[in-house]
Design a protein around this ligand. Structure first.
Ligand SMILES: Cc1ncc(COP(=O)(O)O)c(C=O)c1O
Length: 459
């Protein structure tokens, strides 16, 4: 059973630095009625984040209404790539909102501008763009396109969707079946046998990271390569921030082309500069047939996109790929404004530069703390695997305690729930400064030391 946050305020040591301020008990007593209201009216499934009631967020900082402020290591779970509360984005939203709030799939000028801008930035052949609202929907759309493509080039047996163990692609029926965390899909009961998962070659949880594992994975699951319609993977796995080896991905690219299977990169987390490149798949020197975007696309409002090869994107006839909020004009305005900030401020470059610092600090931390089993990630995303020392056994309780302690000390982070546990994720807005990054890593180290001391005392 996952741990839950205690809603009883406790005194915590005050914090006052340039970037952080904790001046109340934690959780803040005045926030308790709000937290209780949420608990009363929302499902239990909505719990899981530290009990900090966000009032305002700016750049890489989050503020509550009672004088506390945090360095944000979550980006609101990888949304605010261009920074929280950017006035440029707020102005674009306000201006568009005063002109046109919604228009379903009827044409609009701003939707045209956004799809043209995205297509211009993406490499060949990703030149057609379909806008949606959530990341899960882009995965559903990719499944539909893979199966349509498979049927078109190889008949109805060519319908298998290959994905990876420990992957996460969303919580809707199809996206959850593509996901590789069995506990999250128990509710489905009658799983579609046309979805199979094979080990993700991260070199840590799966020690054999060679491409042979892909082929043997298919053989073991009795999948004929000619029946594979598509292979979908997160550009890095969200639960850990692990990347696949470059060689593996290049061979996978060739394998997919050779077997007329679509290669789909789920960039819902990895896109828009997060990993130190504008698109995460650039790290592999490959281009997928479909790329899926969401989260950091607008740094604010809900908007997502499927980008793909024209011949694949055009498989469905007019009117058969729609969604009520497709390319909502206000969301398009937000996405355009966010993208311009990412480009003009070279936030992918900032992510690469500060990411190098972050990863060197974390690897030094890893060599000092035996409970850090592994550190994954690139650019401004990192996953720290908390383990039972001397093993690779995840320690989900430790990850929870670290997140809780860091929140009390003014650093807001999260541990991906349900991914298998034991990982704490670091993913600040890409505008974070070096000074704030160094300070927050120091806070994280202090949190580690305090939690471990407390455990030792309790043992
Ligand atoms: C890689 C990846 N794909 C898809 C999704 C689903 O996106 P959404 O929550 O917007 O439906 C997520 C969400 O965490 C994700 O990390």
């Amino acid at each position: 059973m996952a741990k839950e946050y205690d809603l009883v305020p406790r005194p915590v040591p005050p914090v006052e630095t340039k970037f952080r301020r904790i001046a109340t008990e934690f959780p803040v007593p005045e926030s308790i009625p709000i937290l209780q209201k949420l608990q009363a009216y929302e499902p239990v499934a909505m719990r899981g984040q530290p009990p900090v009631v966000w009032h305002r967020a700016e750049g890489f900082q989050v503020y509550d209404a009672w004088g506390n402020r945090w360095i944000d290591w979550s980006s609101g779970v990888l949304i605010a790539n261009a920074g929280h509360g950017r006035p440029e984005i707020a102005r674009a939203i306000q201006s568009q909102a005063s002109q046109l709030l919604t228009n379903y799939c009827f044409p609009s000028e701003i939707r045209g501008r956004l799809v043209e801008r995205l297509a211009g930035l993406l490499p060949e052949p990703l030149k057609k763009i379909f806008l949606l609202t959530t990341g899960s929907e882009t995965v559903e759309c990719a499944i539909k396109l893979c199966r349509s493509y498979g049927a078109a080039v190889g008949g109805r047996n060519k319908h298998v969707i290959v994905s990876y163990d420990k992957s996460f692609h969303g919580r809707t029926l199809g996206s959850q079946q593509a996901g590789g965390i069995p506990a999250l899909k128990e509710w489905i009961v009658n799983l579609d046998r046309g979805f199979v998962q094979i080990p993700f070659p991260d070199g840590y949880r799966t020690t054999d990271s060679s491409f042979a594992g892909f082929e043997s994975g298919l053989r073991e699951r009795n999948i004929e390569p000619r029946n594979v319609a598509g292979v979908i993977l997160e550009t890095y796995q969200g639960g850990s921030a692990a990347f696949a080896p470059v060689e593996y991905m290049r061979t996978l690219r060739q394998w997919c082309s050779g077997h007329q299977a679509l290669l789909v990169c789920d960039e819902v987390q990895a896109g828009f500069g997060r990993t130190g490149k504008l698109w995460g798949f650039e790290h592999y020197g490959i281009v997928p047939d479909l790329a899926l975007f969401g989260k950091g696309m607008s740094s604010s409002l809900p908007i997502s996109a499927v980008a793909g090869r024209a011949d694949v994107m055009d498989l469905q006839p007019p009117g058969s790929m729609t969604s009520t909020h497709t390319g909502n004009p206000v969301c398009c305005a937000a996405a355009l404004a966010s993208l311009e900030l990412i480009l003009t401020e070279d936030l992918a470059g900032n992510s690469a530069r500060l990411g190098a610092l972050l990863h060197s600090l974390l690897s030094a931390l890893g060599s000092r703390i035996p409970q850090i089993g592994h550190v994954d990630g690139k650019g401004l995303v990192a996953g720290i695997a908390c383990v039972i020392p001397g093993t690779r056994e995840p320690d989900a309780g430790l990850a929870f305690d670290l997140v809780a302690r860091a929140a009390e000390k003014g650093v807001l982070m999260f541990s991906p729930v349900g991914y298998g546990g034991g990982t704490v994720k670091i993913s600040p807005p890409l505008v974070i400064s070096e000074e704030a990054l160094r300070e927050s890593v120091a806070v994280f180290e202090e949190s580690f030391a305090e939690v471990l001391r407390q455990r030792a005392r309790a043992a």
